[in-house]
Design a protein around this ligand. Sequence first.
Ligand code: PLP
Length: 366
Amino acid sequence: MSRPTIGHLDPAFVSMMDELKDLLHYAFQTENPLTIPVTGPGSAGMETCFVNLVEPEDAVIVCRNGVFGGRMRENVERCGATPIMVEDNWGAPVDPQKLEDVLKAHPDARVVAFVHAETSTGAQSDAATLAALAREHDCLTIVDTVTSLGGTPVLVDQWGVDAVYSGTQKCLSCTPGLSPISFSPRAVDAVKARKTKVQSWFLDLNLVMGYWGSGTKRAYHHTAPINPLYGLHEALCILREEGLEQVWARHTANHLALKAGLEAMGLEFLVREKFRLPQLNAVMVPEGIDEAAVRARLLTQFNLEIGAGLGDLAGRVWRIGLMGYSSNPGNVLYCISALEAVLGSLDAPIERGAALAATQRQLARD
Ligand SMILES: Cc1ncc(COP(=O)(O)O)c(C=O)c1O
């Protein structure tokens, strides 16, 4: 990323853009021609999907089981459309039965939006099932894969989803500020058939594709973030070198090692085992413990950052990320021993002296 910044229409850069698209096809497991990194963080990818696919007065079904489903609702409202909510508890996945009921009750709905991997809770929803239901009812799907891409399977073509967006700073272990997206041919047709202009000039895919489109003819839209794109290119090469199957297996193995240590301490997960994201571990804070003090000690004494609970879960959970490069056995062992030391120093009601051994035993199984 510290290499010289070349021009955004330099032939060498244009060929790197083509490679980036190929690498993203692999990461998303798709052949969708419209698969590119949007300039801007995950929120820009989210907004790209909504502003391009939603028109004023559309009915859009939004599944909410955490913070980011709430942001989808905001996007729908800001497009001048009507959100129809499917609500699930924070920590639970989206319930397909609830979605089906809402789809039946609202035959006018055009789009279904849901978060595959809810970063605020650590729950993963069944994207294939939700997408199949949406298709049966003639709806396009918008799917948030910010935390899943490069951590757990994101199978865009197999799932048959229409618009997905992600981020670079989670399991791709790149710097923040870019948002890979992929649109199915059906979604591209919907963008082209719009009755109204996309209200965001910057995120209008009809215009952005003039720059990212195929062939040698590229037109200036906005100046591409050259150096961050070098970084994404490298991150995606690393992903391809390791291989998706291997990457998913590594995230699972390190999650299981962390789980063994946490459970040996007597700590509990927020999410039921079946729906847990290996890359985002939401752990219940023990009774009587000041969760912020624990995070502050971990940071200042151990240089280790874990996340706080968001929204309704603030003060009730910690969120331990094992994403991308950081999902490795060394980090798991370090986290378990630092957490036990800090909780011990605060006289927390935990089992002492068993966690590291449990973690090591689990690691030895792999
Ligand atoms: C599930 C989910 N969606 C969207 C976003 C927004 O991404 P960004 O912060 O890169 O704009 C995040 C960020 O954490 C996220 O976890």
